[in-house]
Design a protein around this ligand. Structure first.
Ligand SMILES: Nc1ncnc2c1ncn2[C@@H]1O[C@H](COP(=O)(O)OP(=O)(O)OP(=O)(O)O)[C@@H](O)[C@H]1O
Ligand SMILES: [Mg+2]
Length: 266
């Protein structure tokens, strides 16, 4: 079975008349089917750029990106993944339900099946009462949850998420993390997940990719040995192994011994 994502020797440079920014340099990363990988690192280290390359929203300057063994472009055309980015990106003229059901509608899923899936997803994100509202009638966090539901609509085998929980309060955020872990356990979806939160990355991930800026590089990949997605439940947050994971990622972010540079120490 091919990997969910294979990034090989990727460089990405943004050039304008005034300056050239090396957003990514020599990035290699493989995300296995069903694996949860987080990207973490200071602002400007290229996390969103890397995710955008995987989603084929932009192209690498050099190197290749494959998704399930296909080119990033083909995977986009085949709609092999769901996307939830920081800005919810909802269509303002469609209700919450219509936004969530949009991917199903595009794929001509029958109205009754669409409705049933819409109900399921509305319940999942705790917005059962809000299906007929419009996005601008919701708070930022609620809009974000709608975007997540839309990404999950077709139970994709890959989810690309850029700080999807950034706008949520801490309680909702933890609940969404637990829900996401449950969804991954149920569907076996692989996830590439950008976050600024160390505990969030540790709670959810099989591996945490720690990046450093200027140029954006992978500094270290920290394996998290807390078990599969089905093990990621509330109690884990009090577990010694969870705190050990948080410390390991924090050290990689702040220190990062020279010998660990770019080394996947699984
Ligand atoms: N379209 C663009 N044109 C020019 N420069 C860009 C563009 N997109 C990103 N960059 C630059 O590339 C670098 C990486 O940006 P990116 O958005 O990937 O960072 P990030 O890690 O997601 O940061 P944050 O945590 O703040 O979201 C930054 O220096 C940014 O200014
Ligand atoms: Mg970003």
């Amino acid at each position: 079975m091919s990997a969910a994502v294979t990034v090989t020797g990727v460089n990405k440079t943004f050039a304008s008349k005034k300056q050239t920014t090396i957003a990514l340099e020599a990035v290699d990363l493989e995300v296995a089917a069903g694996e949860f990988v987080s990207l973490i690192g200071p602002s400007g280290c290229g996390k969103s750029t890397l995710l955008r390359l995987i989603a084929d929203l932009d192209a690498p300057t050099s190197g290749t990106v494959q998704v399930f063994g296909k080119s990033a472009k083909q995977a986009r055309l085949d709609q092999d993944y769901g996307i939830a980015f920081q800005q919810a990106g909802l269509l303002p003229w469609r209700t919450v339900r219509e936004n969530i059901e949009l991917p199903l509608q595009l794929h001509r899923v029958a109205a009754s099946a669409r409705r049933a899936r819409g109900d399921e997803l509305l319940a999942l994100i705790g917005l059962g009462e809000f299906g007929d509202r419009y996005p601008d009638q919701l708070s930022g966090g609620m809009q974000q949850r709608v975007a997540i539901a839309r990404a999950l609509a077709e139970s994709p085998k890959l989810l690309l998420m850029d700080e999807p929980f950034g706008a949520l309060d801490e309680m909702t955020r933890e609940r969404m993390q637990t829900e996401l872990a449950r969804i991954c356990a149920d569907t076996g979806a692989a996830v590439v997940f950008v976050t600024h939160s160390i505990p969030e990355a540790v709670f959810l991930s099989d591996r945490v990719v720690v990046m450093s800026p200027r140029p954006g590089r992978i500094r270290e990949i920290v394996p998290i040995t807390l078990g599969g997605a089905q093990e990621r439940t509330e109690g884990l947050r009090e577990d010694a192994a969870f705190f050990a994971g948080v410390s390991a990622v924090r050290e990689a972010l702040h220190g990062g011994t020279p010998t660990a540079l770019g080394v996947d120490n699984r």
